[in-house]
Design a protein around this ligand. Structure first.
Ligand code: BG6
Ligand code: MG
Ligand code: MG
Length: 215
């Protein structure tokens, strides 16, 4: 029986991909090359330092570890600047309503995100209070598709993997959920997320009733 929903953040609850893109693009331009929205697709669900490695590969640049740390920090300052100005209504369609419905129904709610900025974003959207557990990029060692982030979420809630459903927009995230022995709903392109147990376009299609499918 399903007792909890574990949510990815970027791309599931909020559309932050465009801000990551603008900040990475600014860095690429600073380093002397271009970075397109199509390139940005490769960074979804990927950790900050791994994203930088992909960006540098696209630009054909190599940096020392110290330089990498320096430019990643710069990119994050720009990204945080966008986040701080993000309108509260940038929460994705249906997200707040579904969180509210889950709470009313007594279904537990957890966050499972790779982002080190997760707390700041939840605060900005004024949805921190919905979460019974928050596992973010500051609490995990292994990136998705490793299941660590979701297993820690289940553990914090005192539940087993079979009692949890994960909501993910990235292929690596869907794989992480499966590796953790959890059911998974793919939010977004059903072709990219073909391994998910259920596919939806947005959380606006979701309801507590629909969770019964997994029981
Ligand atoms: C993931 C995003 O949620 O977090 C990635 O999908 C991002 O695009 C990653 O790189 C790390 O985020 P942050 O905020 O710690 O740089
Ligand atoms: Mg995501
Ligand atoms: Mg994520």
């Amino acid at each position: 029986k399903i007792k909890a929903c574990l949510f990815d953040l970027d791309g599931v609850l909020v559309d932050t991909a465009k801000y990551h893109y603008l900040a990475w693009k600014r860095l690429a331009n600073d380093l002397g090359f271009d970075f397109t929205e199509q390139d940005n697709e490769r960074l979804k669900g990927v950790s900050r330092m791994r994203s930088l490695d992909i960006l540098l590969e696209i630009g054909g640049k190599s940096l020392t570890d110290a330089e990498k740390l320096d430019v990643a920090t710069k990119k994050n300052v720009w990204y945080v600047d966008f986040i701080e100005k993000m309108p509260k209504d940038e929460i994705l369609p249906g997200a707040k309503e579904f969180l509210e419905e889950l709470r009313q129904a007594g279904v537990k709610i957890a966050l499972g995100s790779a982002s080190k900025n997760a707390m700041r974003i939840l605060e900005r959207l004024e949805i921190t209070g919905y979460f019974d557990a928050i596992i973010d990029g500051t609490k995990v060692e292994k990136a998705k598709p490793d299941p660590e982030v979701f297993l820690k979420g289940a553990e914090s809630l005192g539940l087993s993997a079979e009692e949890c459903v994960v909501f993910e927009d990235a292929e690596a995230g869907v794989e992480a959920a499966i590796a953790g022995g959890m059911k998974v709903v793919g939010v977004g392109d059903p072709e990219i997320l073909s391994k998910a147990d259920m596919n939806i376009n947005s959380l606006a299609e979701m309801s507590v009733k629909r969770l019964e499918y997994f029981n």
